[in-house]
Ligand binder design. Sequence first.
Ligand code: PRP
Length: 181
Amino acid sequence: MPQREYVIEPMISAKAIAARVEELAGEIERHFAGTGKLVVVGLLRGSFVFIADLVREIGLNIEVDFLEASSYGDSTESSREVRILKDLRGEIGGRDVLVVEDIVDTGYTLQHVVGLLRSRKPRRLETIALLDKPSRREVDIRATWTGFEIPDEFVVGYGIDFAQRNRNLPYIGKVRFTGEG
Ligand code: PRP
């Protein structure tokens, strides 16, 4: 796919994200208080920045694991077919689990992953998404905790890419296409 030209307009600042991450971590701590160990599962690749910041604010005994699911590839349209590209390293049966997602859009990825992980019979399974685009939802699912609800804009940064670019922006930006496309 030829790369369209675009500019990135700031949408959610690094400071606002940090403040929200701290709040969310507090809610997670309260919810899972008394847990032996919380398994925090990051969905690769988009959640890698969020999970790194989030776990450093959670004052519980945790274990980190990763799962890679993909429905978009390098496209901007969901294929609605979620593939597991990399499974967890650890067992989650009987354990407390938190699934960390960067963004919930159509909802297919989160629905598929939650279904898969629930089939392994965790004791408790909750989900957190930094961003939610409710207007795009095609399946009935919502994360337990959401950082920010956003309109149907194409966003990048803080782990989120456009054709594998811009994941390293420290803030969330809105993509505005400039040239012909
Ligand atoms: C993106 C994003 C979410 C998912 C959300 O992943 O990181 O996991 O899509 O979309 P949905 O709600 O419509 O399913 P992508 O497949 O682009 O992989 P990535 O995380 O590696 O960028």
